[in-house]
Design a protein around this ligand. Structure first.
Ligand code: KG4
Ligand code: ZN
Length: 342
């Protein structure tokens, strides 16, 4: 599609515990990105409670969309399309954003574009780096996903590796709970690890045979839990900072090694990080160091664009829109949607 006028997209995201709406201009300029986090609501349960998340999305979705449109200084009728996450995620949570998007699309007679949540995370890099274009390798690591994605084009993806059990962020959250740090665990372990020794405990790093770039974090999680149990049985004190640093190092080693191998295999010189875990300071540092040794550049979005937000969804929707991708009003939430599926 020839682009000869400004294109304004409203994005809506409600797949987990953030209610978010954003307006972006021509795919790259964020005019507003309103994120209402429910973290404090779920904290006392140590994780996201799906029913509570859905109810809160219902309360927040309209005010959050209103605020995004107002802050962007646009009128609803000036929007060109509505982009919305329709999977993967919690079905009840997804349905809230999707219903709002369908309602707006119908009422305003504007195209609806269903967006895969991971495509959104990848697109966050386009918002951070105006010049960035595919192809590049992307490590998407969040609470629900750990994928190595070869981004061949704006709408063309190849998954080169993924977790066979827990996602990286999920592992961070579970271990943080086990050592009493709280929820969400990633940022708390990141902070606690700063004063710990990453070599104090040699936790396992899983690599699969036959060149597979898949991940597995459940054995690591069990190893940390066993370590904690043994100390508790002996009545010995746990050094939380050392456990944090050693666990984090084990996760980061595998994420970095597999991502660099993927980039080398595909001969790409750019690696982008995406998803909540992309905020991890150890991951950012180590990925940069190892990539540099191989002449590869590393990019990562600012923390606000790493965690769930609607600007990244609007950005992914833009690249769908200009390439003629559109959904109709029968679009449904697909909790287990696979990348590249429509
Ligand atoms: O992308 P996101 O906001 O939501 C999902 O799509 O899952 O990611 C949230 C995940 C949580 O598991 C959280 O603990 C993790 O990202 N996370 C981190 C850090 N900040 C957030 N993990 C490691 N280090 C961090 N600094
Ligand atoms: Zn996410």
């Amino acid at each position: 599609m020839q682009q000869n006028k400004d294109i304004m997209i409203l994005g809506i995201e409600s797949s987990c515990d953030e209610t978010s709406a954003a307006v972006i201009l021509n795919g790259r300029k964020v005019l507003s990105n309103i994120i209402s986090s429910q973290i404090s609501l779920h904290q006392k349960y140590g994780g996201v409670v799906p029913e509570i998340a859905s109810r809160r999305h219902v309360e927040l979705i309209v005010p959050v969309i209103d605020e995004a449109v107002e802050k962007a200084g646009v009128k609803l009728k000036e929007l060109d399309a509505i982009g919305v996450t329709y999977g993967p995620g919690l079905v009840g949570a997804l349905l809230v954003g999707l219903s709002a998007a369908k309602g707006l699309s119908f009422a305003l007679n504007k195209p609806l574009i269903g967006v895969h949540h991971i495509e959104g995370h990848i697109a966050a890099n386009y918002l951070q780096y105006e010049e960035l274009e595919p192809p590049f390798m992307c490590l998407v690591a969040s609470g629900g996903h750990s994928h190595i994605v070869f981004v061949e084009g704006y709408n063309k993806f190849e998954i080169l590796g993924q977790t066979r059990d827990d996602a990286a962020g999920e592992a961070f959250d579970k271990i943080a709970r086990a050592i009493g740090l709280g929820y969400p665990g990633g940022p708390l372990i990141d902070k606690s690890a700063v004063n710990g020794n990453p070599k104090a405990i040699n936790f396992p790093r899983v690599h699969f045979e036959g060149g597979s770039l898949d991940f597995s974090f459940s054995g690591l999680k069990t190893a940390v839990l066993n370590y904690l149990n043994i100390l508790s049985q002996k009545g010995e004190k746990v050094n939380i900072e050392d456990v944090s640093a050693s666990f984090q190092q084990a996760v980061v080693d595998v994420l970095v090694k597999n991502t660099i191998t993927a980039a080398k295999n595909k001969r790409v010189k750019k690696i982008a990080l995406a998803g909540g875990v992309a905020s991890n300071s150890c991951l950012r540092r180590q990925m940069k160091e190892k990539a540099q040794e191989n002449g590869i550049d590393v990019m990562f979005p600012s923390p606000i664009l790493c965690t769930d937000n609607a600007a990244m969804i609007a950005c992914a929707a833009y690249y769908g829109y200009i390439n003629g991708v559109a959904s109709d009003l029968s679009l449904n939430a697909v909790p287990g949607l696979r990348l590249g599926e429509r």
